[in-house]
Design a protein around this ligand. Structure first.
Ligand SMILES: NC(=O)c1ccc[n+]([C@@H]2O[C@H](COP(=O)([O-])OP(=O)(O)OC[C@H]3O[C@@H](n4cnc5c(N)ncnc54)[C@H](OP(=O)(O)O)[C@@H]3O)[C@@H](O)[C@H]2O)c1
Length: 294
């Protein structure tokens, strides 16, 4: 698989597969067979997928509420250990969100919570340093400057190798880059055929040399009716090439900028195997223009 880079001269450059794996739905219901998830991890690695994305708040929230905190991190750590493939994965996590009763989400960017979140993730992932720790989402109760001051403290602690942001706008990215410098390496925002308003953030990331990780990158494609009516160009190119519309979407996202690294979710091996092929798919300029226009 073609690779892309996360990092810089200061924190080091890591080559990762141009398609990553989003782990949010891994065992979200507490019912997925472990064997299937092991096969999905194996299929990802076999296809060249090396960036895996989790978060401390991912887990079966509807079932367990606040007790779901940390379940996804524990699960992926145990799957990687069982397969003996820790060293093959660049494992990114996030902190700053918590689960609430009934499966809800709340933000907490208080200094105490973020510092504790890093310590808890270190412990659950069983590592001495987190490869990429991402701030999950700005907390309306905490100013961005206060949040950045805590992120500076986290960098200074040496507990994380690289810092990322998520769900941020261009101004927040620029302020973070000015304060954190080369410790800041990535931004994770929603971007898909259905959700395109992150183009300004992709531009800022390209300018500053930050990786841009589109989350829910397949939005709008899972429903056949929505695909046919709202995204016909994706469906037509897929049919003409004899590939999935998901592959077309991921290749189109990769074509937006060399800093883009989509993180499609997959609970099934065949999903990530199919998505991974997008890394080596070159769309023509005419195809990209048609998808851009849609
Ligand atoms: N930072 C944030 O605030 C935030 C928010 C949401 C998500 N995320 C990240 O984004 C990741 C992905 O998001 P997501 O799972 O919501 O949405 P997604 O990647 O857009 O879609 C995942 C869905 O598409 C299916 N799929 C995957 N590849 C496919 C393929 N090649 N062909 C057909 N179907 C395919 C999956 O099926 P199966 O699961 O059945 O295999 C799953 O149902 C998450 O895991 C998480 O890491 C971050």
């Amino acid at each position: 698989m073609r690779t892309r880079t996360i990092g810089n001269d200061t924190v080091g450059r890591v080559e990762v597969g141009a398609i990553g794996l989003g782990l949010m739905t891994f065992d979200q219901t507490g019912t997925q067979p472990r064997e299937q998830l092991l096969h999905t991890v194996k299929a990802a690695l076999g296809a060249g997928v090396t960036l895996f994305d989790t978060a401390d708040a991912y887990g079966p929230g509807e079932e367990k509420g606040p007790d779901a905190q940390g379940e996804n991190e524990r699960l992926i750590a145990s799957l990687l250990d069982e397969l003996g493939v820790r060293d093959e994965v660049f494992l990114a996590t996030k902190g700053g969100a918590v689960r609430t009763e009934g499966g809800g989400w709340a933000m907490d960017s208080s200094r105490e919570h973020l510092l504790e979140a890093v310590d808890n993730s270190l412990q659950r992932l069983g590592v001495e340093q987190i490869a990429l720790w991402q701030h999950h989402r700005p907390d309306p109760e905490v100013t961005w400057q206060e949040t950045l001051d805590t992120l500076s403290e986290i960098v200074a602690s040496g507990k994380v190798r690289m810092i990322g942001l998520s769900n941020v706008d261009p101004e927040q990215i620029r302020a973070a880059h000015a304060q954190l410098g080369d410790a800041l390496v990535s931004v994770q925002n929603q971007f898909s055929p259905k959700f395109r308003t992150s183009l300004p953030e992709i531009d800022v990331c390209t300018e500053l040399g930050l990786a841009f990780l589109p989350w829910s990158p397949l939005g709008g494609l899972s429903d056949a009716k929505e695909l046919a009516t709202k995204h016909p160009a994706f469906a037509e190119i897929a049919e003409a090439r004899g590939i999935s519309a998901q592959q077309v979407a991921l290749a189109w996202e990769l074509a937006q900028s060399p800093v883009v690294i989509p993180i499609p979710g997959a609970k099934r091996p065949q999903s990530i195997h199919d998505s991974a092929a997008a890394a080596d798919l070159d769309l023509t300029p005419e195809e990209i223009a048609a998808l851009d226009r849609e």
